[in-house]
Design a protein around this ligand. Sequence first.
Ligand code: URA
Length: 487
Amino acid sequence: MRHCVVLKGRGDFEEWRVAARALLLAGVEPQQVDWLMAGDEDGLFAATPTPPPDPLANAKPPHVPAEFVTLAEAVLCHAEPMRFGLLYRLLWRLSRDRNLLEIRSDADVVQARRWAQSVRREYHKMTAFVRFKEIPLPPGTAGRRRFIAWFEPDHFIIARVAPFFQRRFNDMDWLIATPKGSASWDGEQLLTTDGPADKPDLSDETDDLWRIYYASIFNPARLKVKMMMTEMPKKYWKNLPEAELIPGLIASAEARVIEMAERAPTLPPAFHHRLRVAELVEEPLAEAGSLDALRQQAARCTRCPIHCHATQTVFGEGPADARVMIVGEQPGDEEDLTGRPFVGPAGRLLNGVMANAGLDRQSIYLTNAVKHFKYQPRGKRRIHQRASSGEVEICRWWLAQEIALVKPRLIVAMGATALTSLTGERVALSDMRGEQAMADGTNLFVTVHPAYLLRLPDEAKRVEELGRFKADFRQIAASMAGRPSSA
Ligand code: URA
């Protein structure tokens, strides 16, 4: 007699286990079972009986190695309809040969391992390539931040991967919709559903941020096309806003490497430092009276050793009466070469986030806690080095003068160095994040540095941190406009 088992088949191990156990205890051989997915059972097999109620319900359940359970949990998420039958065959054979899984050349074992591997691989890709979009809360309401994402997995992995997203994005509400079921989290309940979801329209200006972000972290000198394609297979590209940049970045990589090599500065000979120190006369630090005069003074600054290797002083830029002043750490490679703050990768990300919040860069005064680029030469590259607390302390004089002249209503400290320079204290950034009044009546807004986001190796963490950074800038914009923030 043939038996027919109809399963929802969405990767639910429990559902399959109950059916497989009943069949095994009833002694039903694998070739006598048809495994169907709900919806496929009409037609040919409609009249086929399912296994009889289990007369041996209290019999001892078959004892299988733990490895089989782990394997079966993964294989059941695979999209291949034959997976149920394969697993039942393995279970049947395991009940006769407990060492079956150790036979690496066995065709059933090989197939099961291959499908499990494919599921695990997709699990990892999903943790990396889900792109959440924030759904703004209705104006005037407060509550947890809400996010939505769309993903198109090959396999039924949504329930398997949902706990990862719950752990990772615990403090926000989210929904991940896929054609193979959805998952949602509201701070209390993690729900998963089986039904296919419709693709929501998620395109917005965050897509531009991801493109800026990706272009910023892309290093043409390290390009390995084959590896890149393995890391980010083409099938995921259609839902990744940054993916449309990839062909262009690959095509221009060689030219960019040549251009970078040509642009790399020739390092000054060793005696250059001593010569310059001898040549340069310490300026008396009189108050300059105007930003232009201050800029000229700063161009000749030799108050700490960093200036010796830097190309030039990178002074602040922006309107002399700006209402917002943003303070970063110190110029980077591109800023050092061009003499302008925030024109490199961190600056491009900052521009995108400001634009996203409706802030016009031209109306903001941008500057740094330290005015020279401190770096360590490595071959042709110049590796950023954090300024020492002494160097930050010396450079504070310039920042204090800028603040006194510009008189901003709000000062934004991006990162720990800016915060130390502005407060004169070493305080934990996480304790001060957000807006507060300073003793002199100015408002201070503390956030992270965009370079911190560019360095995060973990995709999910980046989504979270980029979201927080964007929310900070929306709050800054709202505070300047005198309205409550929707962040
Ligand atoms: N990082 C900074 O802190 N400032 C810049 O100007 C550029 C990068």
